[in-house]
Design a protein around this ligand. Structure first.
Ligand SMILES: [Zn+2]
Ligand SMILES: [Zn+2]
Length: 134
């Protein structure tokens, strides 16, 4: 928790107990959580918190570069605290989202494509994960 508070401070975010708790939930869950899932976990500890508050906290984290927003399921955005460039696989069987690490391609290394500046990049793979494949 202490470490997480320092991360928030270092990004210039004013630390409140609710913000610290939301970040803690994201940090403890290695995977990717939707707003509803984050809300469910935070709400257990802070029954007073509203879904709208969780939304705005996550939004602030996003604009400070503290969380990645995954669009692999457009109808269900999810968030994780891993913010380096990486890609995702959605397993159609178990419905889990996995981080996949593939070597950085030449285009991404340059951060530019056809004269356009690349700020963010996510590759989405859809298929069957290795556990479900067996
Ligand atoms: Zn699976
Ligand atoms: Zn990820």
């Amino acid at each position: 928790m202490e470490e997480n508070i320092n991360i928030l401070k270092s990004r210039g975010i004013k630390v409140t107990t609710q913000r610290a708790e939301v970040f803690d939930v994201l940090a403890k869950n290695k995977g990717h959580l939707s707003i509803d899932e984050i809300f469910g976990k935070v709400h257990k500890k802070y029954p007073m918190i509203s879904l709208a508050t969780v939304y705005s906290i996550v939004d602030a984290f996003k604009s400070h570069g503290l969380v990645e927003e995954l669009t692999i399921l457009p109808q269900k955005l999810s968030y994780s605290i891993r913010v380096d460039i990486h890609h995702h696989l959605y397993c159609r069987k178990c419905k889990k989202i996995f981080d996949v690490d593939i070597p950085m391609c030449a285009t991404l290394g340059k951060k530019e494509v056809n004269g356009h500046l690349i700020e963010e990049c996510q590759g989405n793979f859809y298929g069957v994960c290795k556990e479900c494949k067996e």
